[in-house]
Structure formats: structure tokens, C-alpha cells
Design a protein around this ligand. Structure first.
Ligand code: 3HC
Ligand code: NAI
Length: 700
């Protein structure tokens, strides 16, 4: 038998060991399932074998079905996992799963088809299929409710979150916690099962239990799921299957599961989520920086500037247990910044999400300082001072003078040229951009900006640091706005133009929210505050090309002192203390006037046009970014948008969304907008080429 699954008779046990690194996925094409089946059949006929033990080699039991096989035509073969577990139901010798590390998806379904389950403490057990837009497709929706009851099983499958073995023991999902090393601990348990002649417990009999009325339980569950999982079809289909586990015989429930699985697997939601699964792993890989590149140790950090960003950035470090010194210009600024951090933690403590002693420990790792001398030994320093090149250069000259050799010098600039900042030092190889998003202690995205001379080890260290502080690091090249904000520019531009042409803020926001964003562009602007953008636009006014179209609506709103939610008025009105936007006739009047002033006859604008203008503005610029090498791959852009900008995960990110729509169709729209609206819409060369070749941004 091949190495991918080994089978050996040890005493009375037929021991089947999964051996398909890195996660023992149940790959059909590699023959994993067939080999498990062959081993069982061999053992069934062997009188020496009294029971079977299934274990995983390496770090875990099993990470489930092989996700890379889902999109391939050969994936019809996936039905062999349900076939395997069905076959296991006919086996009369005890089957035991010895679990360590994790048993996820098909891995847990394999274990559920066994008659006994034992796990090492800390092992994670779960059915995370929903995170891939599918449902547990190898009887999980039928067996788990029969073991745990409908309510718990539904929660586990709809959240996709695993539970630790200790909890699984309490709930009866595992029979025992193992002690000692694997596989010896599992072998000991299996031998005990044989010795004691324990009665086989199958998970395919009877029906799942539910407290109270079945109708009421599922009506409530459906209402909750529809609200909490808007846009995602899988959770509701899972609910249907659990209902079948309660109301129908096992076989019919399994059929419902199969139908649901086959309906969901080819859908856009599942394809998008699978794309993101691999994109999230790919994003850490940098083609010319080998994975074994030596990284620098980051034991201490410093942050320059205790403003909005500096405070949030510092919190990330102390949350990860790394001491931080924050440097400010004055004691007053320092006190203010540290006060904000302290109040931030105190609010989390008040909500019961952080213990007081953890807050105290974190605050203890923070130290405010006023002299550069005090930070010179930090392993990394992140500058977050005013967005002004002269100020940044001054700061970097000082850092160059004081910081110890080997320290990483990072800037959090959002628009300035990182090469120019690096040139203020004599060690540009140590300089990198670390572009955090606001609020920096909350937002997952971190653009890691590689300047022309940034050292490979500095880049590798920064990507590793991103993981340490629980961020998703995405490598970006130097340009105005890097990946995310550069693309966003066109999105907001089009949203503004659409108003002048005939739409209203509430229509644009509704279309974007129906598409899946939590908030449309105007609601987001009101939340973030309109004044920041206004100041930037005023600064840029002198250099703005006069021949390009410019919408004055946003400026007019600011001139009225309406800065968004903080002034209870912006694109919308807000009742004091409320965040609910109320469409405002005054703004409608202002927009209609602006149209007339710009000589535009207002027209009916379709929802489809709104969506295409906003989304394809992102896509066309994304294509330019890709062509220029600012992003390493299309899927990195998708990660930027789903982790930093609220792009709906079930659409896979802007570039995947364009691939799904078909690049020929996207180009057709971009060309039409180009003809109507001029140079903002010059089609990206990459988009043109791929559309002509019938290609996609993301490899198919
Ligand atoms: N299939 C294929 N490849 C998988 C995989 C799977 N189920 N699980 C992990 N991998 C790959 C990853 O792509 C990665 O590959 P790379 O090194 O080439 O980038 C490698 O294994 C290691 O994965 P991670 O980097 O994610 O390692 P971690 O240690 O951080 O996490 C894990 C391990 C918790 C298992 C995580 O990989 C994970 O959540 N995997 C997915 C688990 C899952 O969703 N299983 C259900 C599959 S669907 C199913 O079983 C259908 C059934 O119901 C019919
Ligand atoms: P801020 O104005 O809130 O904070 C800047 C802080 O830096 C102030 O506390 C100021 O006293 C201090 N400071 C200024 N010059 C200094 C110096 N020479 N030495 C020490 N401290 C000094 O600004 P904010 O919003 O925190 O922005 C900081 C940087 O982060 C800017 O480069 C900005 O572009 C960038 N950024 C801002 C984002 C945001 O949403 N606010 C998002 C991402 C990046």
C-alpha cells in the first residue's frame, strides 16, 4: 500500500494511518479514500483484526476533503467520501478514531462514522464547510445533530467554528480524552475498547432531538440566520438539512444533504470563498523572497506620534505582548494619546471583553517618551506623524542618527513616496512602509509597502510581524495610495458623479449595500467624517488638472459645516445620538443645483449602472495596479478589499468579481464609460489583453 495511507495490523488492531501532509486532506485524486476503503475491507476479512483504529500522522488527524479538488470536473469523485462513510456503517468490527491536532470537515465526518472517538486535550473538532460556502457533505449534517442535538449542531455548522476536545467530551462528541503521545495513546484506548467488549455506537440511527416545538425552533433559526448571514446561501441550506435530521429517517436526510451540497458547490458564493481560502495563504508568499529568508527579531517597538494612528498601532504591539515606547512632541500630546488608549481599553473591559488585569498588563507595556535617545534600542520603529513630507523626512533623519544598527524604520504614510522618505536616511534597506488602517487596533489589513531599496529580510520580517500582531499583511509597491486607497479613489469619484447625473445618496448606498457592502460610499463618508477629505482636496486644488471633471457637491456640504455623523449632518441627517441616516431634502436640492451648474440634465440612473460604475472603477484601476507590479497578484488585491474595505467575501473581492462577470463584459462596460465620460475610464491594457484572450485576472 502507498505511503499516503498506511495499514498495519498491531495486535488485535487494524491501524489505518492517514499520511497526506500537510493536513492529511482526504484527496480523491491521490487515492486517499480508496486506500482507506481497501484497508477496511482487508481488515474485515482478517480474523486477527478485532477492531480498526484510524489515526493521522504528523501534526493532526485530518483537515477534511481536499479543497483544491472542489472546482475540478473530476470532483464528481468527491462523492466517494459519502460512499466511504456509508460503507463504514456496514462494518461490524468496532471502528475507533484516535484524534489529535484537528478533525475538520470531512475529517470529523470520518470520525463521526467511527463507533468510538477519543482525542488528545486541545484537539479542535469542527465542521467549517460553511466558511467555504458549502455544507458538510459526508453525512455531517445528519450525524452531528444525532450526537449533539439539533441546536448545538446547527450552531457549530452555521458558525463553522471548531470546539476543543474538552468541550467535545462534555457534549458527548468524543468518548474520552487521551493521555500521552500519539499514536500510542490511541492504540491504548482502542485496545481497551476491544478488551472491554464495548458495544458499537452508530451515529446513523434514530432522529436528532430538539427542545420544544420543531416548527418554532426552525422558524426562529431561519429568521436568525437570514439576518446574521445576509447574502450567504449555505447557512439556510444547512438549517434545512438539520431539520431533516430531526424529522426524516437518516437515508432521506442524507439525500437532502447531497442535494444541498451539489447545489452549493458550483455557486458563486462557494467559488468566491474557496478562492479567498487559497488567496489568504498565497498572500504571504513573495516570489523573490524565499520562505526561509532569515528574519530579524522583533522584541521591542517604538511608535512616533500618539495621534489617531500612532495610538492604535501601539495597541497592536502591546496586545501581542511586545513592549512599545511612544514618542511625542510634548507632554500634553503624550498624555492625550495615552489617555485615548487607556479609555479604549477601559471601554473593552466595561463590555466584559477584556479582563482588568490584562488591561493593566497591556498599559504596563506602554511607555510615553519625549526624547529620541529613549527609543534607540527598539527593534522596529513606526512613524505616524503628520502627513507632510518635510516633517517625515526630519523624523527619519533623526531616526537614522539614533536607532541601533539593524532596527527596522517604518512609515505609516498613506499617500507619500516611501522611496523619498527612505532617501532621508543612509540606510534605505531598513526602511519600509507599514500602512495600517483606521482604527489601527481593529482593522485586519496591513499594506506592507516595499520601497525600491527595502531589504528582503526587512520585508520578510514585516510580513511575519503582521501575523504576530494578527493582521493580514499584503505586499504593495510604492505609488500614490498603494493598492487599496488608489483604487478607492475611482470608486468615490464615480459615486459623486452619479449624483450629479441623476442619482441620490440613498440610491447609490442601497445598490452598494444590496451588493453586500455593510455601508455604501456616502454612509461610510458620514461615519469617517467629511472634513479630512475636504482639507486634502483644498490642498490639492491648485494642482488639479483644470480639464478634468470635478464634482463640487462634497465641498459644498462641508462648507455648510456638515462633517457627517459627528455634526449630526453630512450626506444625510442624523437625530442626535443616532447613527441612522435620514435622507435630507436640503442635500437633494444642493445636488440638483450642482447638476444644473455643471450643465448636466438629470436622468434616471439604473441600479446596474451604479453598480458597474462603482465596481468597474475599482477593477480597472486594480488591473493597472497589477500591470505595474504594485500588487503581486490579483488575489492580493481581493484580500486587500475583503479585509480592509468591507467588500463582501461571498463575491471573492473585486478582481474575482470581474472574473466571475467575464472580462469581455467588464471591458465592454469600461469602453462604454470611456466613450461617455472620458479619460478617467481609459481601459487598462491588462484588462484589454485578458478580455481579448478570454483570460481571467486570477488563474482559473
Ligand atoms: N484541502 C486542501 N488543502 C488544504 C486543506 C484542505 N482541506 N487544508 C489546508 N490545506 C493546505 C493549505 O492550502 C496550505 O497549503 P500551502 O502550504 O500550499 O499554502 C497548507 O494546507 C497548510 O494550511 P494552513 O496554512 O492553513 O495551515 P494552518 O496550520 O494555519 O491551518 C487548518 C490548518 C486549520 C487545517 C486550515 O488549513 C484550515 O482551516 N483548512 C481548511 C479546513 C476545512 O475547511 N475543511 C473542510 C474541507 S471541505 C470538506 O471537508 C467537505 C466535506 O464535508 C465533504
Ligand atoms: P494625527 O494628527 O491624529 O496624529 C499625528 C500625531 O503625530 C500628533 O499627535 C502629533 O502631535 C504627532 N507628531 C507630529 N509631528 C511629530 C514629530 N515630529 N514627532 C513626534 N510626534 C509628532 O494623525 P493620524 O491620523 O494619526 O495620521 C498619522 C499618519 O498616519 C499620517 O501619515 C497619515 O497619513 C497616516 N494614516 C492615517 C490614517 C487615518 O485614517 N487617520 C490611515 C492610515 C494612515
Amino acid at each position: 500500500m502507498s505511503d499516503i495511507v498506511t495499514y498495519a495490523v498491531q495486535g488485535h488492531l487494524g491501524v489505518i494511518t492517514l499520511n497526506n501532509p500537510p493536513v492529511n486532506a482526504l484527496s480523491v485524486s491521490k487515492g486517499v479514500l480508496q486506500r482507506i476503503l481497501d484497508a477496511i475491507k482487508e481488515g474485515e476479512h482478517d480474523p486477527a483484526v478485532k477492531a480498526f483504529l484510524i489515526v493521522g500522522s504528523g501534526r493532526a488527524f485530518c483537515g477534511g476533503a481536499d479543497i483544491s479538488e472542489f472546482g475540478k470536473p473530476s470532483s464528481v469523485g468527491l462523492s466517494t467520501l459519502p460512499n466511504l462513510v456509508s460503507y463504514m456503517d456496514t462494518v461490524t468490527k468496532p471502528m475507533i478514531a484516535g484524534i489529535h491536532g484537528f478533525a475538520l470537515g470531512g475529517g470529523l465526518e470520518l470520525a463521526l462514522a467511527c463507533h468510538f472517538r477519543a482525542a488528545l486535550p486541545g484537539t479542535l473538532l469542527g465542521l467549517p464547510e460553511v466558511k467555504l460556502g458549502i455544507l458538510p457533505g459526508a453525512h455531517g449534517t445528519q450525524r452531528l445533530p444525532r450526537v449533539l442535538g439539533a441546536a448545538r449542531a446547527l450552531d457549530m455548522m452555521v458558525s463553522g467554528d471548531p470546539i476543543p476536545a474538552e468541550k467535545a467530551l462534555d457534549l458527548g462528541l468524543v468518548d474520552e480524552l487521551l493521555k500521552g503521545e500519539m499514536p500510542a495513546a490511541a492504540i491504548q484506548f482502542a485496545n481497551r475498547v476491544v478488551r472491554e467488549g464495548r458495544e458499537i455506537k452508530r451515529t446513523n440511527s434514530g432522529q436528532a432531538a430538539v427542545d420544544g416545538s420543531v416548527e418554532a425552533f426552525f422558524a426562529n433559526a431561519r429568521a436568525r440566520i437570514a439576518k446574521e448571514h445576509r447574502g450567504y446561501p449555505a447557512p439556510l441550506v444547512i438549517c434545512d438539512c438539520v431539520e431533516a435530521a430531526v424529522t426524516l429517517p437518516f437515508k432521506q436526510g442524507v439525500q437532502r444533504e447531497r442535494d444541498g451540497f451539489e447545489k452549493l458547490r458550483p455557486g458563486t458564493e462557494s467559488r468566491s470563498l474557496r478562492h479567498l481560502f487559497f488567496a489568504e495563504r498565497e498572500v504571504a508568499k513573495i516570489p523573490d523572497v524565499p520562505e526561509d529568508t532569515r528574519t530579524r527579531e522583533i522584541r521591542t517597538a517604538a511608535v512616533i506620534g500618539a495621534g489617531t494612528m500612532g495610538g492604535g498601532i501601539a495597541m497592536n504591539f502591546v496586545n501581542a505582548g511586545i513592549p512599545v515606547k511612544i514618542l511625542e512632541m510634548s507632554q500634553a500630546a503624550l498624555d492625550k494619546g495615552l489617555g485615548v488608549i487607556s479609555r479604549n481599553y477601559a471601554a473593552t473591559v466595561a463590555k466584559g471583553r477584556l479582563r482588568q488585569e490584562d488591561m493593566d498588563r497591556r498599559m504596563g507595556l506602554l511607555q510615553g517618551v519625549l526624547e529620541y535617545e529613549a527609543i534607540k534600542d527598539a527593534d522596529i520603529v513606526i512613524e505616524a506623524v503628520f502627513e507632510d513630507m518635510a516633517v517625515k523626512r526630519q523624523v527619519f533623519e533623526k531616526l537614522d542618527a539614533v536607532m541601533k544598527p539593524g532596527a527596522i524604520l517604518a512609515t505609516n504614510t498613506s499617500t507619500l513616496d516611501v522611496d523619498e522618505i527612505a532617501a532621508a536616511t543612509k540606510r534605505p534597506e531598513d526602511v519600509i512602509g507599514l500602512h495600517f488602517f483606521s482604527p489601527a487596533n481593529v482593522m485586519k489589513l496591513l499594506e506592507v509597502v516595499r520601497a525600491a531599496k527595502t531589504g528582503k529580510d526587512v520585508l520578510a520580517t514585516s510580513m511575519k510581524l503582521a501575523r504576530t500582531i494578527r493582521k493580514v499583511g499584503v505586499v504593495a509597491g510604492v505609488c500614490d495610495g498603494f493598492i487599496g486607497n488608489r483604487m478607492l479613489h475611482g470608486y468615490f469619484r464615480e459615486a459623486g458623479f452619479l449624483l450629479e447625473e441623476g442619482a441620490l445618496p440613498q440610491q447609490v448606498d442601497r445598490v452598494i449595500e444590496d451588493f453586500g457592502f455593510a455601508m455604501g460610499p456616502f454612509r461610510v463618508s458620514d461615519l469617517a467624517g467629511l472634513d479630512v477629505g475636504w482639507y486634502i482636496r483644498k490642498r490639492q486644488a491648485a494642482t488639479r488638472p483644470a480639464h478634468l471633471r470635478y464634482s463640487k457637491v462634497a465641498d459644498r456640504i462641508c462648507e455648510m459645516g456638515r462633517f457627517g455623523q459627528k455634526t449630526n449632518a453630512g450626506w444625510y441627517r442624523y437625530a442626535p445620538g443616532s447613527r441612522t441616516p435620514i435622507p435630507d431634502p436640503q442635500i437633494e436640492e444642493l445636488i440638483v443645483e450642482a447638476s444644473a451648474e455643471a450643465g448636466i440634465t438629470r436622468r434616471e440612473i439604473s441600479d446596474q449602472e451604479i453598480l458597474e460604475r462603482c465596481m468597474y472603477a475599482l477593477v480597472n484601476e486594480g488591473a493597472n495596479i497589477l500591470k505595474e507590479g504594485i500588487a503581486l497578484r490579483a488575489s492580493d488585491i481581493d484580500i486587500v478589499y475583503v479585509s480592509g474595505y468591507g467588500f463582501p467575501r461571498y463575491r471573492g473581492g473585486p478582481m474575482f468579481h470581474a472574473d466571475t462577470a467575464g472580462l469581455d463584459k467588464v471591458l465592454e462596460s469600461v469602453q462604454r464609460f470611456h466613450a461617455q465620460h472620458g479619460e478617467f475610464w481609459a481601459p487598462s491594457k491588462l484588462l484589454e489583453r485578458l478580455a481579448k484572450e478570454g483570460g481571467t485576472f486570477n488563474p482559473a
